[in-house]
Write a protein that binds this ligand. Sequence first.
Ligand code: NAP
Length: 166
Amino acid sequence: MIKTIVVAASENNVIGIDNNLPWHLPDDLKFFKKTTLGKPVLMGRKTFESLGRPLPNRLNIVLSRSKQALPEGVLQFSDYNEAILYLEGKHTEEVCIIGGGVVFANTLDLVDQLFITRVHTSLENGEVFFPVINPELWTSVWEEFHEKDEAHQYSFTFQQFKKVNS
Ligand SMILES: NC(=O)c1ccc[n+]([C@@H]2O[C@H](COP(=O)([O-])OP(=O)(O)OC[C@H]3O[C@@H](n4cnc5c(N)ncnc54)[C@H](OP(=O)(O)O)[C@@H]3O)[C@@H](O)[C@H]2O)c1
């Protein structure tokens, strides 16, 4: 099973402020949707709370160590490996790990590919961060630049990395 992280991070790796995204970038949200649609999405409890509802047309899996009252169809696991074993048992082809900071920090070393939307700004008031990636472990396989415009307060670059030797 391919394990893919999907994240948007500033130049200084900020991913969250006030339990929310630090920006509104509609074309990145479209990219996120296209990348994750039809696949299970695995996230931490705080990210699920910040979304406010399950992402449609995807199996939503929430990691939490305490019992959560979750909408019908949303699965909870108290351990990352248990969630992965469950999905492997269902012969899942790919799982998307969608945050937030705690989950990314715990899973970066365990995944096969990264989709990073690198948002071209440096934010001083960041509260939640993506870990620094070791360039020796990751090969860039694709990237596409997106200009700043009326709908997008920052320019950004979609980047895809694969783990070296994976
Ligand atoms: N820019 C982006 O791409 C992006 C993506 C996603 C989220 N975000 C942002 O990130 C922020 C939230 O991130 P966060 O780091 O505060 O929280 P988080 O990673 O979303 O959730 C943390 C919680 O998840 C549970 N958890 C995490 N790892 C676990 C594990 N291995 N086993 C069991 N439970 C585990 C724990 O829940 P319990 O405390 O219930 O046990 C933990 O307190 C928000 O600001 C959000 O908007 C940004």
